[in-house]
Write a protein of this length. Structure first.
Length: 338
């Protein structure tokens, strides 16, 4: 299957967030070879979004979209009879391959769709923010993330903080002469972990993760600086969480909000199984500028970001059919229900 081969080619190009330039260049060349007209949309340095259409179709009504970047570390591709393995195989290079394959198949039927491949989704959705400044007038956006080929009816949001505590250096034999930033940070994080987390009837319960901790100079030195990154997965208005974080750090540390992506509820589509996802996507950043959004793609989020990341060849094949059917119906009827 062509999508399998393209997935492996994409996986074998390291594109950890911030280094998407090489995979974008490869993908552009590959799309041109296949007959697409392409446009590189500068984002930052060598990082560019990529928008592709068939010749003469500059304003497609339906656009397939996903992201080119991955989380670290780089893991090259491999495969067996059932799956493709490697970093990005399901999140989201296999989805890129499926969307390209589906667009080619649709063209053979006289149906034209656009392709929008973005940078930065794994960190701050910077590519989506830039794409929002250059919409093409599309009516529908089918965004690909690993949902096991189930249509997501909603996705949680994200609220990320950098927590910084300052202390006073001292010899660890005389801790009373200093003030440990690490101890202060641990106390703050413990209080943050006790914050009551909101719930939503559709999206479920919010969650919280302390993702990184860094600080100190040596075991025999009282630390003068300590930092942590904290991520909430939100299900609604984050105002109370923001208030609770401010209260937890008051007088002991600083909390800097570095990202907020709102939770979203999404449309149904006739005939597709559904799910709710706890991860965030580029969809909230688009704010409808690229059309009514749908969220679906092959692969399981439970293996994304792991050493065992993989995608089923069967799901890749099924996803080509799903994307094709969705685009055909949306273009024929202008809506997601027959």
């Amino acid at each position: 299957m062509d999508a399998v081969a393209l997935t492996r080619q994409l996986v074998d190009i390291e594109s950890i967030t911030g280094n998407e330039g090489p995979v974008g260049d490869f993908l552009r060349s590959e799309l041109v070879r296949r007959g697409f007209q392409t446009e590189k949309i500068p984002v930052e340095g060598a990082r560019c979004n990529l928008f592709a259409t068939w010749a003469g179709e500059s304003c497609p009504a339906v656009v397939f979209s996903t992201h080119m970047d991955t989380v670290p570390p780089f893991i090259p591709s491999s495969e067996d009879t059932t799956c493709v393995y490697g970093r990005g195989s399901c999140d989201a290079k296999g989805i890129i391959a499926v969307q390209v394959t589906a667009a080619e198949r649709l063209r053979q039927e006289g149906i034209h769709v656009g392709l929008l491949f973005l940078v930065g989704e794994e960190r701050d959705s910077l590519g989506a923010k830039v794409a929002n400044q250059r919409p093409v007038g599309s009516k529908f956006l089918i965004n690909g993330e690993p949902t096991e080929n189930r249509l997501a009816l909603g996705s949680k949001g994200a609220l990320r903080y950098e927590i910084t505590a300052h202390g006073k250096l001292a010899h660890s034999a005389y801790p009373e002469l200093g003030h440990s930033a690490i101890h202060a940070l641990l106390d703050v994080l413990q209080d943050i972990r006790q914050i009551p987390l909101p719930e939503d009837a559709l999206l479920g319960r919010s969650t919280m993760n302390v993702g990184t901790i860094d600080g100190g100079r040596a075991p025999n030195v009282v630390a003068d600086l300590a930092e942590a990154e904290v991520m909430f997965r939100t299900v609604g208005d984050p105002a109370k969480l923001r208030e609770a974080v401010s209260a937890a750090v008051a007088g002991r540390a600083e909390a800097r909000e570095v990202l907020h992506t709102p939770a979203v509820q999404l449309s149904k589509f006739d005939g597709l199984p559904t799910t709710i996802v706890a991860f965030t996507t580029d969809i909230p950043t688009f704010e409808g500028v690229w059309g009514q959004p749908f969220l679906i793609g092959p692969g399981s989020i439970h293996v994304a970001h792991t050493a065992e990341e993989s995608i089923s060849k069967k799901e890749l094949s099924e996803a080509v059919d799903i994307y094709g059917r969705m685009a055909t119906q949306l273009l024929a009827t202008g809506r997601s229900s027959a």
